[in-house]
Design a protein around this ligand. Structure first.
Ligand code: FAD
Length: 473
């Protein structure tokens, strides 16, 4: 059986989006690169799997930053694809139909045209529109590449422009849900990145989900001569006198390399490097339960026509603020993200429909369940989350007579995320402490991906490319 070489120029831990993108960039410049992945497949948090004859995406709701290369100046996705020498068409992205954020008292729609959101704010919050436009300008001007350490709170910044708590929470909900590792708030640089990614540039999705994206990345990487080793977990990162020597695999094999890029997360990278690295070991608190309902027809035919709906049933104007934190209950049913992969502007509809629902969870609760109770609780909370969304008016009724439209369901929890990525607590957005410059204090060891602070599909790829570029200069 083939096995990795004894030495490489660069080793990459993890075949998620950051690892694959870094690998392509390095292989393109003729570095000898190997990606080492413990799991049996590629994609990490954004992979796909087969269940009862159907393929499901692990995490794809939307590819953010949808700004086609025909629009100038180029958006980050178009620039990223240029760096990876991948054409825009290879990702096969269709634009969203339209998304929404809704709370008692207001509902704002946003599409890939920012003017729509501006119009909704002007109409529903006429006293806030000037502040909204100034917040937009501040978000567009923010230096998102500022690598200085430390947390820069966004709530304070946003309150300089927005004084209505309802509008503040409406604007924060999608931003926090799609990329904050910090309860109730997020770093200002992250806010600005997500403002642009969600509201300014919008969403797209391939008809076939994340698979064509991952396959395109792997094809490109391998064509450039990169090695990809699945089922090759890294047990330790070896160093001597503060300089990286290479890694030891789970089976004890040693591979030498002067550079190691780790997408395993900060606490895991710290553990792998042992006493040699003084890295924060905060695992990150926030995780989710996500359920998938496969439908016998497109979701729109059952009354759900948003691409993504971010919602909270709490009423900020009555002092009951949108709560973005670990749930005290097994799942927090007061808010959620609903999404249908059907509701993109494809050339033809999917044969079967799909509705995904994501709610904040309590990772400790889920981790403590025995196997039988775990299965029963998954079913119970899946039903309870659907009912809560229906009662708030954002989801179709999938109970009673309508239940016959549901062909299959699957539910994953913080345990699933931990099992497939190694992230403790199932922390989707990783550690609350980010290493924005990727430097670990060990010569040759760099953190990429989630814990460098660049989140989401596009963010993870940007992170991989930016650290690879540093190695190339
Ligand atoms: C439910 C859900 C929905 C999401 N929806 C979206 C969305 O709609 N849009 C979006 O843009 N983003 C979304 N995201 C976020 C996005 O998926 C992630 O931000 C991104 O994929 C992170 O990529 P990464 O490369 O940083 O890390 P990861 O994907 O975590 O990859 C790290 C890899 O390293 C491997 N690894 C860890 N330790 C070792 C080791 N010791 N040895 C070898 N390999 C190791 C893991 O197995 C994993 O494959 C979602 C995430 C989830 C969980």
């Amino acid at each position: 059986m083939a096995s990795p070489a004894e030495s490489y120029d660069v080793l990459i831990i993890g075949a998620g989006l950051s690892g694959l993108a870094a690998g392509i960039r390095l292989a393109h410049y003729e570095k000898r690169v190997a990606i080492l992945e413990r799991h049996t497949t590629i994609g990490g948090l954004n992979s796909f799997y087969q269940l009862r004859g159907r393929r499901h995406d692990v995490g794809l709701h939307a590819v953010t930053n949808f700004r086609p290369p025909t629009l100038k100046p180029l958006g980050p996705l178009a620039k990223l694809l240029r760096q990876l020498r991948i054409s825009w068409d290879e990702f096969d992205l269709a634009p969203q139909c339209g998304s929404r954020v809704t709370m008692p008292g207001a509902s704002l729609r946003f599409t890939n045209d920012f003017a729509g959101l501006q119009g909704d704010v002007a109409e529903q919050f006429p006293g806030q529109i000037d502040g909204f436009n100034r917040l937009d300008a501040a978000s567009m001007d923010a230096d998102t590449f500022d690598e200085s350490p430390g947390f820069q709170p966004s709530r304070e910044r946003v309150r300089e422009f927005i004084t209505d708590p309802l509008l503040e929470d409406l604007l924060f909900a999608p931003v926090l849900f799609y990329g904050s590792p910090t309860p109730h708030d997020c770093d200002w640089r992250q806010f600005a990145i997500l403002w642009r990614a969600l509201y300014r540039e919008g969403f797209g999705r391939p008809f076939d989900g994340v698979k064509p994206i991952l396959k395109t990345l792997v094809r490109r990487y391998k064509a450039l001569g990169g090695d990809l080793w699945l089922r090759h977990g890294v047990k330790a990162i070896r160093s001597s006198n503060g300089t990286i020597l290479g890694v030891t695999l789970d089976d004890g094999t040693e591979i030498d390399a002067p550079h190691v890029l780790s997408s395993a997360g900060l606490p895991q990278t710290a553990d792998l490097a042992g006493d040699a690295a003084e890295l924060p070991r905060d695992p990150g608190p926030l995780s989710f339960v996500e359920s998938i309902s496969v439908l016998d027809r497109p979701a729109a035919e059952l009354g759900y026509d948003d691409t993504v709906t971010f919602y909270s049933t709490r009423d900020p104007r009555a002092g009951d603020r949108f709560r973005y934190a670990n749930s005290e209950e097994p799942c927090d049913l007061t808010s959620g993200i609903a999404c249908s992969p059907d509701n993109y502007q494809y050339d033809a509809p999917h044969e079967e429909g799909c509705l995904r629902l994501t709610v904040l969870a309590n990772p400790q609760y889920w981790a403590g369940l025995e196997p039988d109770a775990y299965q029963a609780e998954k079913a119970r909370w899946h039903a309870a989350a659907l009912d809560a969304g229906r009662d708030f008016g954002v989801l179709p009724d999938l109970t009673g007579a309508q239940a016959s439209h549901v062909l299959d369901t699957d539910v994953f929890t913080p345990n699933t995320i931990t099992r497939f990525t190694g992230h403790p607590n199932g922390a989707v957005y990783g550690s609350a402490t980010k290493l924005r410059d990727g430097r670990t204090g060990l010569e040759g060891l760099h953190v990429i991906g989630t814990d460098q602070g660049y989140l989401g599909i596009v963010g993870a790829m940007l992170s991989g490319v930016s650290i690879a570029n540093r190695l190339l200069t």
